[in-house]
Design a protein around this ligand. Structure first.
Ligand code: ADP
Ligand code: MG
Ligand code: ZN
Length: 506
């Protein structure tokens, strides 16, 4: 029997505010423990919360970008549970009147792996299919429903590691505004989940509501996974996975969980509804708590914050300030620059990268070349050096300058890559490096190769003679290449390339 996964994600993002959700404490990251605390966020009796207007506006901004229905009237509720990172023993959240109701995200998703597995008859066909998919990255637009996106406050942070006699608690994070974005169970593969998260993060970064830095914990994700026979309409029993610290981990954990649950169903047993933790080192999920042990949060309206009405005017004003979103920008790139949809999508995933590309074009680089250069050279360097686009030292003008040198034929693409690495290391521009190192056409193998091909085509007799063993015949061909390159070609290289092309080593 074939099984199909059903996945829904819950994403928490820290909203970019200066102060906390219900008090005036700073949200600054990385300061001394418990520095940013006050009676409100420490839950002292008698203290009163006040809603942070900026946080509310950012939540609405996110809701609008996610096509959500923004509530007319909203309310905060208490979600009760005891844990040392929660000094009030309740979290102020939103239960039945969230700021953002139903919405959706259109996600460019790679043709999914599970479909490949089910349609390919055997392993060979499957790998051939996968190869052809890889050669031509094909993506389809899929609409993923958003159930809701509500406001709540973050909890503090417990520190266990390296502390001999107990644990420490830091309440600096306690009370920082969070937006919890809950997706419909619309995702059907680990790849789709990954692509959804990528699209969501791009949108949230474009609209500047969060920095979405998973390392700093400003974006967190829980994954809900179930499996059902493909012929069955009813969803299977779901498992919630926590402790996912990167999108790759989300993808891996979902993959593991699909296999685990499929195994259970194949053994004719039942999946237990539970919360599981991802153990990255072992690459497995382990049980954390079952449904029976699940919290009963006993939600009730927060008595210290009265429900309130949101004016449509406020919502409209926020809507007017929304920037061009990633998908719109990608469409524009295809239309105005003539690059492929796939390229546009890669470039637009990150706002700063899209801006860099546009700046290169403005500085005179051909769009297609700039797109290729960014995706091959720049992304490789960023990846290798673990840098973000903002911190990339080569300016768009310098990159455009390098691309122009290739286009003019002053240097080959191969040499340009070397030059670019040197630009990265030294901060010099391409022209300076080319001049200093005498890297002009002389040693440009690409150009010499072209001239060599031309020489062979124009002198078939000499080529034949050389192949037949007449060493002297080479002279005519070398002469032709030197003339062709106005005497600039490196004779040693010309000889090497000629001999190589003629397939005879002397
Ligand atoms: P809970 O009450 O346990 O929080 P919800 O119904 O609120 O459950 O759903 C939480 C998340 O789980 C949502 O993202 C939703 O899309 C997803 N989800 C719900 N049912 C399933 C299922 N059967 N399989 C996979 N995901 C599911
Ligand atoms: Mg939930
Ligand atoms: Zn405070």
């Amino acid at each position: 029997m074939n099984y199909e996964p059903v996945i829904g994600l819950e994403v928490h993002v820290q909203l970019k505010t200066k102060s906390k959700m219900f008090c005036a404490c700073s949200t600054e990251f990385g300061v001394e423990g418990n520095k940013n605390t006050c009676p409100v966020c420490l839950g002292w009796p008698g203290s009163l919360p006040v809603v942070n207007e900026t946080a509310l506006k950012l939540a609405i901004r996110a809701g609008l970008a996610l096509n959500c229905k923004v509530a007319e009237r909203l309310k905060f509720d208490r979600k009760n549970y005891f844990y040392p990172d929660l000094p009030k023993a309740y979290q102020i959240s939103q239960y039945d009147m969230p700021v953002n109701g139903k919405g959706f995200v259109d996600v460019e998703t790679q043709t999914t792996d599970h479909r490949l597995q089910t349609t390919a008859k055997n392993e060979k066909e499957q790998s051939e299919k996968q190869n052809s998919e890889l050669l031509a990255p094909r993506s389809t637009l899929k609409r993923i429903g958003i159930t809701r996106a509500h406001l709540e406050e973050d909890a503090g942070k417990l520190l266990h590691e390296g502390i001999a006699d107990g644990s420490l608690v830091d309440y600096n994070r306690g009370g920082i505004p969070l937006l919890e974005i809950v997706s419909e169970p619309d995702l059907r593969s680990p790849q789709e989940a990954y692509d959804y998260l990528t699209a969501l993060k791009a949108i949230l970064q474009y609209i500047e509501v969060s920095d979405c830095d998973m390392e700093k914990g400003s974006l967190r994700c829980d994954a809900n996974v179930s499996v059902r026979p493909v012929s069955q309409e009813k969803f299977g029993t779901k498992v919630e996975i926590k402790n996912l610290n990167s999108f790759k981990m989300v993808q891996k954990a979902i993959q593991y969980e699909i296999e685990r649950q499929t195994g259970i169903l194949e053994d004719k047993e039942a999946v237990i509804q539970e919360t599981r933790l991802w153990e990255d080192k072992k690459g497995v999920t382990v049980s954390m708590r079952s449904k029976e042990e699940a919290h009963d949060y006993r939600y009730f309206p927060e008595p210290d914050l009265v429900p309130f009405t949101l004016s449509r005017k406020t919502v409209e004003e926020i809507k007017k300030t929304l920037p061009e979103l990633p998908l719109e920008r990608a469409k524009r790139f295809v239309k105005t620059f003539g690059i492929s949809e796939y390229d546009a999508q890669v470039l637009c995933q990150e706002k700063k990268l899209a801006e860099y590309f546009e700046a290169c074009v403005k500085e005179g680089a051909a769009a297609k070349s700039a797109s290729n250069w960014i995706q091959s050279e720049i992304l490789a360097i960023l990846n290798e050096k673990n840098l973000s686009v903002e911190n990339f030292p080569i300016t768009a003008a310098s990159t455009a300058g390098t691309i122009r040198l290739i286009e003019k034929g002053a240097i080959s693409g191969k040499i340009a890559k070397e030059v670019y690495r040197e630009m990265f290391e030294t901060g010099k521009d391409a022209e300076t490096i080319v001049k200093e190192k005498g890297l002009t056409q002389v040693s440009d193998t690409g150009l010499i190769e072209k001239a060599v091909e031309k020489a062979i085509a124009a002198n078939p007799a000499a080529a034949q003679e050389f192949k037949a063993g007449k060493q002297k015949a080479l002279g005519a061909l070398v002469g032709f290449v030197m003339k062709e390159t106005a005497g600039k070609a490196n004779p040693k290289l010309v000889n090497e390339i000629l001999i190589n092309k003629l397939g005879t080593r002397s």
